[in-house]
Design a protein around this ligand. Sequence first.
Ligand SMILES: Cc1ncc(COP(=O)(O)O)c(C=O)c1O
Length: 413
Amino acid sequence: MNISKHTFRYPFSERVQNLTSSDIRELMKYAIQPGFISLAGGMPNNHLFPVDEVEKIYHRLPRREKEISFQYGPTTGYPPLIEVLKQYMESKGIPMDDHELMITTGSLQAIYIFTYLLAGKGDSILTENPSFIGSLTLFQSFGIRMRGIGLDRHGLIPEQLENQTREARITGENLKFLYIIPNFHNPAGIIYNKERRVRVLDYLEREKIMLLEDDPYNELYFDEEDREMTRPILAMAPPSLRRQIVYVGSFSKILGPGFRLGWMLVPKEMYRYAELLKQSLDACSPNLSQIIANAFVRQGYMEDYLKRIRPEYKLRRDLMLRVMKTHFPPEVTYVEPKGGFYIWVELPEGIDAREILERTIPEKVVFVLGKSFDPSGQSVNKFRLAFSNVDTADIEPAVRIIGNAIREVLAKK
Ligand SMILES: Cc1ncc(COP(=O)(O)O)c(C=O)c1O
């Protein structure tokens, strides 16, 4: 058989048309090439992973648990891990009366399950602009219409939320939920203040709409005094509103994305459907990961580990801000993040961040264009710098190269 003459046409489903590749995936090609400094990937630092602790944990597991870890497990998660996460959620002020906790294969799967159960082709949702690219691509793949709500340094802009809702109601759209990332936002780096969290709750009550609260960076605050600000919106909700909120957490930033572990708090009425759907997706989340994560939390490693990594990320944030002050022209603005991995940079109106990236790639420095995080794909004058997975020695040269590129592009205008 001559393969090159093969003319078979694959009968792709209609859904395939909604699948698109993100700029981030394209950029990853560069990010992994030797000699490149990448401020692109929104990932934890390779050198900070708790490799030794995990080795110790696995080594000390009783033979029986090692065997279980190789086996399939319950669809909704490894029961001891569910238990310890429930206690953790309670310690954050979330009573576990209205929700069931389900372990998921990464928190992206939790977002998938939530979306699958609530919204489909032609439905509308409200999402922050900018927002996490993984969720945006997922919503898009479902054929969902996204209405973007702008952010300022304190959270989503309430007037835009009201306006977008009103417009959606006028045009008779089926508005299904609001999706937000209140703590150390990806990509905007901001944290919602208390007033904005309360505004979101008021909104949910008034509009009788569901909230998807995505919180993977919750523990990554840099200063103890900011810890109180990270209190989940679900923890602040009155009992009458709790069942309108689905909360999603993740081990990806506090243990490692390679574990592929997240969790979701599912209102009791939704739980059965969530379980059935997950059964068809992956039967169960990785048992090996769950057993290790369970021991990591229960044996006190998590707390020690968080104490170790917070100052590491803070150090990188401080370094980055210091050199940005030196190398970036004053026309460029950004919010100083109090936690997480990101700095969101805004260029003057009319400047295209792509022109800057085109100048930095030959100099072997990459970052992500803001356009990727815009649900309407329009905003061109913004970009995201991730300080999390970069060597401290590389921060100054990378920022200098970006700063020079910005000056060159500004000078042309
Ligand atoms: C805001 C946000 N939500 C969800 C995720 C998905 O994380 P995971 O599926 O690894 O838990 C990420 C990952 O970068 C994220 O930034």
